[in-house]
Design a protein around this ligand. Structure first.
Ligand SMILES: N[C@@H](CCSCCCCC(=O)O)C(=O)O
Ligand SMILES: [Zn+2]
Length: 371
């Protein structure tokens, strides 16, 4: 099987989606880089793009090698108001971070013909005064910094309010580029109580070409929310490609505000991490639901992205380079020295395994804090 990375050069996100093909997204960055010692939890701001470019470059490379067709710029929470709120103790400007992050994503994307998505996210300004002009000026400042660089399309991600996301979409669409928008919402809807279907309609009417969800909740909840978004678009007679980048953890007990309400957030989520086999199931369910941009958010490591690529190998027609070191469904175990491990070199074993947590004194679920 041909091991290939990314898209055929020049194939843009909308062309690929319009052709009904799959886009594999990348994984989580701020939480992964926090665990690697390059991002400060709480702030979650991306100064590492300037301070530790080698760390950001390496994480981009891991996702590319795992089959990601898109590398998102490491510009999460990089609006000027967020950087100021986080104390911006490094005196590195938002412009410096945004531009360095674009260069890093482009450098690595070109190593495998992937696309670069310039990313903006929710702002403290919206929460403090909901002033449309002020909030839009923050998104325009970031967009102008991205447009100095070689960006293929934009993603407005991690919005709890469809209204703010739509403002971001309206600003980003002035670039003439494809714009995706993902909300961090549950099947109950956004934080204004707008149901997912109406959120999707609002975003497409604002100009979004791709709509969906990212983060906050596990694949099961996120697929449910995107299905509701699709129903809303169909009912309104609107077209929009569907995108999903869920949390890389199981959160069956979570409600509106997702994992942030869990007592384990953010430093004790490890027990909830998806296995690569959970990701096979997620990727297939997402594909069967008509979603064609399938990636991950916080908690998604490269081996999770590889699992998406492997599950959708037939649909994409190739495997990623990282599959050279894997073997589908554990086939690589055939060479293990122990016979009982060799016996696990098969899909049926891993697909049916109910993995123990190893913590007999711990509960299987928690009680989320109410927002
Ligand atoms: N594209 C981004 C998305 C981050 S999603 C949320 C991260 C933390 C949220 C918080 O606690 O405020 C990334 O991969 O880091
Ligand atoms: Zn996330």
């Amino acid at each position: 099987t041909l091991f290939r990375t990314g898209l055929v050069l020049g194939t843009k996100s909308s062309d690929k989606l319009n052709a009904g093909e799959v886009i594999v997204g990348d994984g989580g960055m701020v939480l992964q880089l926090e665990r690697r010692g390059y991002v400060k939890a709480g702030h979650w701001t991306p100064e590492a793009a300037v301070q530790n470019p080698e760390a950001v470059r390496q994480l981009h490379r891991e996702f590319l090698r795992a089959g990601a067709d898109v590398l998102q710029t490491f510009t999460f929470y990089c609006s000027d108001d967020k950087l100021e709120l986080s104390g911006n103790v490094t005196n590195i400007t938002g412009a410096q971070i945004n531009e360095a992050a674009c260069d890093l994503a482009r450098e690595v994307a070109d190593e495998g013909n992937a696309l670069v998505a310039g990313c903006v996210s929710q702002t403290p300004c919206y929460l403090s005064n909901r002033n449309e002009t002020e909030v839009k000026s923050l998104f325009k400042k970031q967009m102008d910094e991205f447009l100095k660089k070689d960006i293929d399309f934009f993603i407005a991600e991690f919005f709890r309010y469809a209204e703010e996301a739509a403002w971001a979409v309206q600003v980003l669409k002035t670039s003439g580029k494809t714009v995706g928008a993902t909300l961090c919402i549950s099947p109950h809807g956004d934080m204004n109580g707008l149901p997912p279907g109406e959120c999707a309609v609002h975003l497409v009417k604002a100009g979004a070409d791709i709509v969906g969800v990212n983060c906050h909740l596990d694949p099961t909840a996120c697929i449910q929310t995107v299905k509701l978004m699709k129903e809303g678009l169909d009912k309104a007679g609107l077209k929009g490609h569907l995108m999903i980048q869920p949390l890389g953890c199981q959160t069956p007990e979570c409600n509106l505000t997702g994992y942030i309400s869990l007592p384990e957030y953010p430093f004790a989520l490890e027990c909830r991490t998806l296995t690569r086999w959970d990701v096979h199931k997620y990727a297939r369910e997402a594909y069967d639901a008509g979603i064609r941009y399938i990636g991950g958010c916080c908690g998604f490591e490269a081996y999770h992205i590889r699992a998406i690529s492997e599950e959708l190998r037939a649909e994409r027609g190739f495997l990623p380079p990282a599959s050279e070191k894997h073997g589908l469904w554990g086939a690589g175990l055939e060479l293990h020295t122990k016979p009982w491990v060799r016996a696990r070199a098969q899909r049926e074993y891993w697909e049916n395994l109910l993995p123990a947590s190893g913590r007999p004194k711990c509960p299987s679920m928690a009680t989320p804090a109410d927002e």
